[in-house]
Design a protein around this ligand. Sequence first.
Ligand code: UDP
Ligand code: GLC
Length: 391
Amino acid sequence: VKILFLDQTGQLGGAELSLLDLAGFYHDRCLVALFSDGPFYQALQQRQIPAKVLRCRSLTTSKDSGLIAGLVGLYNLLPLVRQVLRLSRDFDVIYANTPKALMVGAMVSLMSHKPLVYHLRDIISPAHFSWVNCRLLIGLTNAMARLVIANSQATRQAFIQAGGKASIAHTVYNGFAVDRRQITPADRQRQRQELNLEQKFVVGHFSRLSPWKGQDILIAAIAHCPIDVVIMLVGDALFGEDEYVRQLHQQVAQLGLIDRVQFLGFRDDIPALMSACDLVAHTSTAPEPFGRVIVEAMLCETAVVGAAAGGVMELIEHKRTGWLTPPGDVAALTAVISQAQATPIVTARIAQQAHQYAAAHFQLLPIQQQIDALIASTSSPNHELTTTLCI
Ligand code: UDP
Ligand code: GLC
């Protein structure tokens, strides 16, 4: 099967990092077409995965746009539809990795009669999308997609609850190249020295800087922790959240935490940095669809605390493979950080259990094979029957 992957952004978010692995599985049997240029394109080139940046007007519609903006947005996608239609001649399946890619892919699938697969990585609900965008996404998916791959049960449930067809929707978690994450204790020590973190209890936050990722909750929490508790914030504003970044710096200054919070920007050495932390915090204030950072922390054997909503509930078993705190609850997060610091033996045991669990459940290859079997079934005449049997 030859696959035409579509993605709306050139930035390296979790959806793109996951696609990078998946497209690597197909290599010459795929093309990744992007609606804008950026580091994602460079990362694909580095891995010698066929990729192309399409020409288009800037895509201004946001997840919360209303009816008029939504229609204008669809109209603006038409030049992309023409280009993707031309490309689609050489491929068997169109694979949309993001909502705008779904919109383009649905129109192309209608014209080309090629099967459409939608990798649903968003929780379609009012917390994340406007009413108009929810209706548009569900309507197009139901009408055109042969297969929906949801990145968690929570994502699949939200899709069905919003009116999506249950029969086409399958849950497949992100897979990870487990062996690449082995970091030695010496590496860890060197990393801590370089960042001036020796003798500190280091809490890491690994996420793009965006209001719903809740970096402000973690900053507020450490203001109540002992002064040797420090934070490293790893990630950048990828989608124009400059105002939020300004607010974070202001919050750090106002709380007198300048010496205890490091902003490291976007990094591509996540396993090394995670291994240098004593605890990884996930603090999303809206339900996280999956949460790659949680599995990555587990694979690095660093203890993790996650915000109890969405896919995170499927990843962490409270007090066995990590901790869960209610989203936005500063006091609960403070309590977990203090407890993790005060009881290092328990923290290490939790991290170890999490490592075992993640290594057993999130291996890249079997997950890619599962997706491949689902995709193959979309081209077979009895595709609904086949996909049911394969899960
Ligand atoms: N990440 C990265 N560099 C950074 C910050 C984050 O490579 O500076 C990666 C992180 O390791 C994870 C992804 O970005 O793989 C974020 O994925 P997640 O599912 O946690 O959240 P998303 O941003 O997709 O909503
Ligand atoms: C999206 C979601 C994130 C998920 C990632 C990979 O970016 O926001 O929760 O982990 O996709 O599927």
